[in-house]
Design a protein around this ligand. Structure first.
Ligand code: FAD
Length: 419
């Protein structure tokens, strides 16, 4: 028997269902992509190939994207800031509908997203790629406000310019501290490449007697013997890596005094680059898509959220196995998701899901190392099956070739994403 409550609930439910009714029934499939970085912009571009059958809307908070990838080369003076900036005009030209706004909520039941500007965008499939957020309070004394003095420079944009300005002001005998994050974090080799590029910038300006101290919470880091070998060859006596056994634990940072205190000592520094522990971008967490790790678990074969079968999550916000958090990986995941959505709903071909990732780290001009491999879904997780890692004794020619590859990769990757 219907009581008033059931009836009202039913009416609301029916209205909600009508709102959420797949646009397929009306002839056009609606995909909304949130986040126009490496993952989201790629997804939008590869989805709009079926423009005749699908509406593809990309919602991005900023009109210009500054790639975090290769930003270390900007610090090193090897590329201009303008070389990191990309706009969305070409995506619009391909047929992607662009909304420059911040998504403030995902109404999962109604299958729509709400923006700060007041739009409500209905979707049949949602792809989110909001990148990372920081656990600001994990480093005592650090905060979002403190990042104006002690930049993280881990999401591109003004932070990277601030860090570069501070680096360029370091004089003889100056001290730089890099606080390296715990895993999992965006681009595992990047803090150590950053140290090398900072040392290169100092050397180029003829700065003498400067120190770069990396305070790590990890006992070891990716490609460690190769980085340490490169640091000693190119920048003898400049870069010093301290693991927790050495520094005894990071006690606090003081942005007003520009000091970093460990169990061992208090370091007064000219530059403090704090890279805090990370988690999925707020959008994914607020929508209830994250687990206790702070990242959003996905099924490896589809990148579908384990919390919601209508939402794909790509890029750094996702967690699902051994695939690292990189621009290369985000781009790869997005293309797989576009292929799967087109195959399921738009009549495209479904090919086996495979991922590739390689990361190049530049130690000095003409000397780059690389690691990565191929990955595939196995039992719901993404698993590495064809690894590649640079070797310590490889030739100068190979290192120089890898440095050229890094430049070529960036050009190809950014064209693939934004071109
Ligand atoms: C120093 C450094 C060096 C790196 N080097 C490399 C490298 O050599 N190779 C490599 O492959 N990777 C590298 N990376 C990693 C790479 O930058 C990231 O893995 C990649 O950017 C992740 O892509 P994403 O799409 O998940 O997130 P992002 O590229 O960060 O994009 C997220 C986007 O979402 C938008 N957004 C977030 N929330 C909302 C919202 N609510 N509404 C609207 N828009 C929103 C943001 O504005 C942003 O544009 C490096 C990173 C760093 C920091």
């Amino acid at each position: 028997m219907l009581d008033r409550r059931t009836f009202v609930g039913g009416a609301v439910g029916a209205a909600a269902a009508a709102l959420a009714a797949p646009a397929i029934a009306q002839g056009r499939f609606k995909v909304v992509v949130v986040g126009g970085g490496a993952g989201g912009a790629t997804a939008a571009k590869y989805l709009v190939r079926d423009e005749a059958k699908a509406d593809v809307t990309l919602v991005e908070a900023n009109r210009t994207y500054v790639t975090p990838f290769t930003s270390n080369l900007f610090l090193g003076g090897l590329k201009p800031y303008s070389g990191l900036e990309f706009g969305y005009d070409r995506l619009a030209g391909h047929g992607v509908r662009l909304v420059f706004d911040r998504v403030v909520g995902i109404e999962r039941e109604r299958r729509r997203v709400r923006t700060a500007g007041g739009d409500a965008l209905a979707y049949d499939r949602l792809v989110i790629a909001p990148g990372i957020d920081f656990r600001w309070d994990a480093v005592p004394g650090y905060s979002e406000a403190a990042s104006a003095r002690m930049p993280h420079a881990w999401r591109g944009g003004d932070q990277i310019r601030l860090l570069k300005a501070q680096l360029d002001a370091v004089g003889d005998g100056g001290v730089i501290v890099i606080v390296a994050p715990p895993t999992p974090y965006r681009c595992p080799p990047a803090p150590y490449e950053r140290a090398a590029m900072m040392a290169h910038a100092l050397a180029t300006r003829g700065v003498r007697g400067a120190r770069i101290v990396i305070l790590d919470v990890k006992d070891h880091f990716v490609l460690q013997p190769l980085f340490e070998d490169g640091w000693v060859r190119h920048y003898p006596g400049v870069i010093e890596w301290q693991d927790p056994k050495m520094h005894g634990g990071l006690k606090r940072v003081d942005p007003a005094e520009m000091t970093v205190t460990t169990d061992l000592e208090t370091i007064k520094a000219d530059v403090v680059n704090v890279v805090p522990p990370q988690m999925a971008g707020r959008l994914g967490r607020d929508a209830g898509l994250a687990d206790e790790s702070g990242f959003c678990p996905v099924d490896a074969a589809t990148m579908l959220s384990l919390r919601d079968p209508h939402i794909h999550i790509v890029g750094d916000a996702a967690t699902g196995g051994e695939f690292p958090k990189s621009g290369f990986a985000a781009n790869n995941e997005a293309k797989q998701v576009a292929m799967l959505i087109r195959a399921e709903f738009l009549g495209g071909r479904r090919l086996p899901v495979r991922f590739t990732n390689h990361c190049w780290s530049t130690i000095a001009p003409g000397d780059a190392i690389k690691n990565g491999g191929r990955y595939e879904p196995r039992d719901g997780r993404i698993v590495l099956f064809d690894p590649y890692t640079s070797q310590r004794d490889e030739s100068e020619e190979l290192r120089a070739k890898q440095a050229r590859e890094a430049v070529g990769w960036y050009a190809g990757m950014t064209t693939d994403i934004f071109g």
